[in-house]
Design a protein around this ligand. Structure first.
Ligand code: FAD
Length: 389
């Protein structure tokens, strides 16, 4: 029994804070300690790629300060503090901040350490000071500040985040060049007809899409940068933004000897290979599912709060369609599992694309909808087989 030792949560992103909120609904007395390497501001990360069009500054995105969150949650919050080691035997953490190092004990520990931008592929040249990546509010602040007085943005990557930024920037008057190694936007998630439909909508607003190629070199060129693509093309821009995917933050867990796969491996109770340590959010791989979006982490926060408050509760995911914030052409996706056998059935016209991924026997395993076809979302969600029901 952990007695009155605190429940410690590492990370104050949507996973850490939502878990804390859910836990406090059920348990008002167990001491709660949250630790974060950043300033602990509560904000909606998904808004980062939609805030220009909403006329929001980075300051306006900052919802609630860590101080207010500490009051609301009746919790202690340590900001600008890194957890640098977990000692599972003594149930202690090593913390590092500008004040030096310290140790704290935990009763139970939850890792909500998120994910980081994947390392860049090798890109030559001397223009890297103008190459940005965005995975938190501080990154976004840097980008928005650099954007002042600029007009042209080169986007590396046409995945979810890249497409949303293309949509947001072009709607706000920026000229966008978009480069992806695959043939169409969202190519890992959408069949070609749906990806091309989105591509056309972005292009009709001035985005230039360059598929099946990559940036080899990024040079400074006076006030701007010049990108050299491997298809021989050269592009000019003022700034570059790389959105090339994420990888789960697992190193702290791995160094403590916890089982790690692509994410920190947990079961449906969000329990790691150590019985006192749990994980959720972008860092956690739940029974093999590593999902970098909000709906699964909310389901995990609700289930884990119950477990930590004394009622062991497995998480169920259900069907979780994701609305891509490409307002020029709304897209809703519910990707089939990676290893799923079946094929796309596509119904496409100028109003939108409806793509259903079905097994040979007709079972619906995933879908993708664009434009007016997103109206079918609820019907298809009701029929679709859940990832982890
Ligand atoms: P994070 O927000 O990354 O939080 C991690 C926390 O851990 C931080 O507080 C960090 O300081 C802390 N931390 C990490 N390591 C340590 C350590 N060693 N010591 C101390 N603290 C540590 N999802 C959707 O569902 N819909 C969308 O439309 C959508 N749009 C998005 C747009 C953008 C631009 C981005 C970047 C993501 C988007 N997502 C979207 C994904 C969604 O935002 C994430 O899935 C979610 O925010 C992840 O939350 P998290 O708490 O797991 O991780």
């Amino acid at each position: 029994d952990s007695g009155e030792e605190p429940l410690v949560i590492v990370g104050t992103g949507l996973a850490g804070y939502n878990l804390a909120r859910e836990f406090r609904k059920l348990d008002q007395s167990t001491p709660l300690l949250l630790i974060t390497g950043d300033d602990g501001t509560f904000y909606s990360k998904p808004l980062l790629s939609a805030s220009l069009a909403h006329g929001k500054t980075p300051q306006q995105l900052a919802g609630t300060s860590a101080e207010e969150m500490a009051r609301e949650l009746n919790a202690e919050i340590l900001v600008f503090t890194q957890v640098t080691a977990i000692h599972t035997g003594s149930r202690t953490l090593t913390l590092t901040s500008d004040n030096g190092s310290a140790e704290v004990r935990y009763g139970r520990l939850v890792l909500a350490t998120g994910a980081s931008c994947r390392p860049l592929p090798p890109i030559g040249g001397d223009g890297h000071a103008r190459l940005f990546r965005i995975n938190n509010l501080a990154d976004y602040h840097r980008f928005r500040t650099a954007l002042v007085g600029r007009k042209r943005v080169l986007l590396l990557g046409a995945g979810l985040i890249g497409c949303e930024f293309a949509n947001d920037l072009t709607q706000s008057g920026y000229q966008v060049e978009m480069v992806d190694t695959l043939g169409w936007p969202l190519a890992t998630l959408l069949p070609e007809a749906a990806g091309r439909d989105l591509q056309r909508a972005l292009e009709s607003e001035g985005v230039r899409f360059h598929g099946n190629t990559r940036v080899l070199r990024l040079d400074r060129n006076g006030n701007s940068i010049r990108a050299y693509l491997d298809n021989g093309e050269q592009l000019e821009a003022h700034l570059a933004l790389a959105a090339l995917g994420l990888s789960a933050n697992t190193s702290l867990a791995a160094a403590a000897g916890l089982q790690v796969a692509r994410g920190i491996a947990v079961d449906r109770y969000l329990r790691t290979s150590d019985a006192n340590i749990f994980a959720l959010g972008d860092c956690a791989e739940v029974e093999g599912n590593l999902l970098y979006f909000v709906a699964p982490l909310m389901a995990c926060a609700r289930a884990l709060a119950k477990t930590l408050a004394g009622t062991p509760t497995p998480v169920r995911y259900g069907v979780m369609p994701l609305a891509v914030k490409t307002t020029l052409r709304p897209v809703t996706i519910c990707p089939p599992p990676a290893e799923a056998e079946g094929k796309w059935h596509i119904d496409s016209n100028e109003r939108g694309v409806r793509a259903e991924f079905r097994t040979e026997a007709g079972q619906l395993l995933g879908f993708a909808l664009t434009g007016a076809a997103i109206a079918a979302r609820d019907d298809l969600a009701a029929e679709c087989v859940p990832v982890m029901g």
